[in-house]
Design a protein around this ligand. Structure first.
Ligand code: ATP
Ligand code: BTN
Length: 331
């Protein structure tokens, strides 16, 4: 961020501080509080809209947010974190929380296992295969965690499934939801995409493997902007269970991921096999496995004890793995 952008952002944060309650504030009143002209306030409001905030402007009344919002707070998160948990940093706007942690690793910064970074918005949020992860401001959760596997890169296979189980378990225990997992990295609810996982490797040293685990969970997605940016059915936690505290969600997510990663290191993937399969969307159903222009059709039998996908094709069970494959419901 440039110095100018930084100052701009400080002003926008002050504006958000007033607007967060969802009530109307006039441009003149806001200008007085921040010692800025009404035109300057209008420009900052425009900038906030570009970050994905839905704002209403009504003549004679002023500005208000489409929905009240609760901002992320490092202090509130720390207050509800589990004892001894690694630190969680909160940023306003970043390119991608995964890219930020990856850059630190590439610079040789020392990170703590379980250390997390969350942001209010991402300007270049990423999904698999360089797809865009739509990341509007203060609407969802954009979360990345640093982890290190002592057993090296081989052990990393199956990790996105382990994280899927960690997210599902949190949503079940903390919010009484029953999410479904889709191999290898998606979390669904009622047949719509609720969350996704993107794990990136930052190389190896001394047999150790350094990882950045990225998780995006939709919390309260602005409908208009999603319509423009997301090309498949999606859902968010607010539609499923009503309003919730994102700070509590962040702390819970770190705890759940650390728990399951520790189990994975101790026991391997085999213990996760039934936990994943129990929640897998297409168990026993016809599926298509797509790679580029090619596809294989068959019946899905979940994953084996290593996390390979099992698809039965013409009476024969075949194992599939690899980041290039996408699983879809079959005919
Ligand atoms: P795959 O089975 O290969 O994982 P996918 O369509 O789920 O397929 P991903 O790379 O996992 O692809 O996720 C990126 C896709 O998710 C985007 O192309 C878009 O359709 C959708 N998407 C982007 N942002 C969001 C979001 N915030 N919530 C839900 N879905 C989103
Ligand atoms: C997917 O479904 O393809 C994975 C989506 C992962 C999105 C998260 S949001 C936090 C982290 N930063 C990113 O740029 N991507 C992940």
């Amino acid at each position: 961020m440039t110095a100018q952008q930084h100052t701009g952002w400080q002003i926008q944060q002050q504006l958000l501080h007033y607007l967060a309650d969802g009530r109307f504030y006039s441009g003149a009143w806001l200008g007085e509080q921040l010692q800025l002209s009404r035109t300057a306030i209008a420009n900052h409001m425009q900038q906030l809209e570009q970050f994905g905030l839905e704002l209403f402007k009504v003549k004679g009344k002023g500005y208000r947010l489409a929905e009240p919002l609760q901002l992320l707070s490092a202090k509130h998160i720390a207050a509800v974190q589990h004892a001894g948990a690694a630190p969680i940093e909160v940023e306003s706007i970043v390119d991608s929380t995964n890219s930020q942690l990856m850059q630190r690793l590439q610079r040789g910064d020392k990170l703590m296992k379980g250390q997390c970074l969350v942001a209010e918005a991402q300007t270049a949020g990423r999904g698999r295969h360089g797809r865009v992860w739509h990341s509007p401001f203060a609407a969802n959760l954009y979360f990345s965690m640093y982890w290190q596997l002592e057993q090296g890169i081989q052990a990393a296979m199956g990790l996105s499934l382990v994280i899927g189980v960690a997210v599902a378990e949190l949503l079940e225990q903390q919010y009484q939801l029953q999410p479904a997992l889709k191999w290898p990295n998606d979390i669904y609810s009622e047949g719509k995409k609720l969350a996704g996982v993107l794990i990136e490797l930052s190389g190896q040293s001394d047999g150790q493997c350094q990882l950045v685990i990225g998780i995006g969970i939709n919390v309260q997605m602005p409908v208009q902007s999603a319509r423009q940016h997301i090309d498949q059915p999606w859902t968010d936690l607010t539609s499923l269970i009503g309003a919730l505290d994102r700070n509590l969600l962040v702390a819970g997510l770190q705890h759940s991921c650390m728990n399951q990663l520790t189990r994975f290191e101790r026991d391997g993937f085999a213990v996760f096999q039934p936990e994943f399969n129990r929640r897998h969307c297409f168990q026993g159903q016809p599926v298509r496995l797509v790679q580029g222009g090619q596809q294989i059709t068959g019946t899905c039998h979940g994953v084996d004890a290593q996390g390979n996908l099992i698809v039965e094709h013409q009476g024969k069970k075949q194992l599939y793995h690899g980041g290039e494959l996408s699983l879809r419901a079959g005919a």
